[in-house]
Design a protein around this ligand. Structure first.
Ligand code: NAD
Ligand code: ZN
Length: 353
């Protein structure tokens, strides 16, 4: 079944989710983009798998197309690769009316999206996500960017995509650990959005009917992004599990994948919320059970002091205070601002007994 989720940002766009969408992407995009040139961008793993399918469909729909492949992996989400992407657009004389097509996971979406956001002060971009993480999270919402040597995602821009086409058939080539990695963001969205989505994920719906879970995650994120496009309030809730998650990633030198680190962060903040009396619900057992089912970790060997120090080097901190997304129950989350000096105690409270 093909699902269409509207995202009412300025400008608005639609996220389409279902099987077989890459094969027909040309005809889907033609009415939206009109007569223009396209720059297809993909990494060196995704292009050999799906590049030809996309190129063929785009050409058959009458688009003129140039393609650029960059090396796969987070280590290449940097200024050097970005500058190659921008040079590629300039050398091929893409104009203001042309469009970038980002085919791949979150790295490609973030980096090709950022190239589109800054090239000629902004051209259009279409997202074709091929990982669970990019399907449920990064392809929607308009955040684009790259990593700097000082930290992850430190340079970026907001650019809402013109369209998102999520072909769930692509998920079949994901190694299990990468499938699980994206599941962490789905579990996060389940905790935020409520019982219906959370219990579906708990019962294995992401593996069984990925389009249904992806559509529910996208619909939830779309609502949040519509109400707070530039992350000034409610959108910060999407950082649930990410304060500690980012710390775990950083301490591991990015050898622990984002979703695996976020899973640890989710487990930890749920336990902390219970032990500190912020919630009366017995959340953590349920959340940890769901994370384990997805093949994700719920504990870390790093100490509370190490985690707090790493978390406090994060860019989202404002002065002497830090705002945490805190779960009060499934479907009930809030933001809590604490002094930075209190963070270590919160993390301590959330460590596995
Ligand atoms: N913009 C946002 O709102 C947002 C939100 C969350 C995460 N992110 C970013 O997303 C990135 C992580 O995304 P990711 O996990 O998708 O990373 P990724 O794009 O690096 O993909 C992970 C790996 O899977 C490979 N791959 C992709 N699709 C495949 C497929 N269908 N079959 C086989 N292999 C495939 C890739 O080549 C890569 O090696 C991070 O850089 C993170 O900062 C952005
Ligand atoms: Zn995340």
């Amino acid at each position: 079944m093909i699902q269409h989720i509207p995202v009412r940002t300025d400008p608005p766009y639609t996220v389409t989710i279902g099987p077989g969408l890459l094969k027909t992407c040309g005809q889907s995009l033609r009415p939206l983009l009109g007569d223009c040139r396209l720059a297809l961008m993909a990494d060196s793993t995704v292009f050999p798998l799906y590049g030809e399918r996309v190129e063929k469909s785009l050409r058959e729909a009458g688009f003129t197309l140039v393609s650029h492949v960059f090396p796969a992996g987070e280590a290449h989400k940097n200024l050097h690769t970005l500058s190659q992407l921008l040079d590629f657009l300039a050398q091929n004389q893409l104009t203001r009316s042309d469009c970038v097509v980002a085919l791949g996971g979150g790295v490609c979406g973030d980096m090709a999206g950022f190239a589109a956001a800054v090239y000629l002060r902004g051209i259009r971009c279409v997202q074709l996500p091929t990982t669970v993480l990019s399907a449920v999270d990064s392809s929607v919402g308009g955040k684009t960017g790259i990593d700097l040597s000082a930290g992850k995602n430190l340079a970026g821009a907001f650019l809402q995509p013109t369209a998102v086409l999520c072909d769930v058939d692509t998920l079949s080539t994901l190694p299990p650990a990468l499938f699980a990695d994206g599941a962490a963001e789905a579990v996060k969205t389940g905790i935020l959005s409520g019982e219906e989505l959370f219990s579906a994920i708990e019962s294995g719906a992401l593996e069984r009917e990925p389009e249904r879970v992806i559509a529910a995650c996208v619909a939830y994120k779309a609502g949040v992004v519509e109400r707070d496009e530039k992350e000034q309030g409610e959108r910060r809730l999407l950082n649930l599990g990410h304060t500690v998650g980012h710390a775990v990633e950083l301490l591991s030198g990015y050898t622990i994948l984002h979703g695996h680190a976020v899973a640890v962060g989710l487990a930890l903040i749920c336990r902390a919320a219970e032990r500190l009396g912020w919630t009366e619900e017995a959340l953590s057992q349920r959340v940890c059970g769901c994370l384990h089912r997805c093949g994700l970790p719920t504990s870390t060997a790093y100490s509370p002091a190490q985690l707090a120090q790493a978390a406090l080097s994060d860019k989202k901190r404002a002065g002497e205070k830090i705002t945490l997304a805190v779960p009060l129950g499934i479907g009930r989350c809030t933001q809590k601002t604490i002094a930075v000096t209190e963070l270590e105690a919160v993390i301590q409270a959330g460590m596995e007994a």
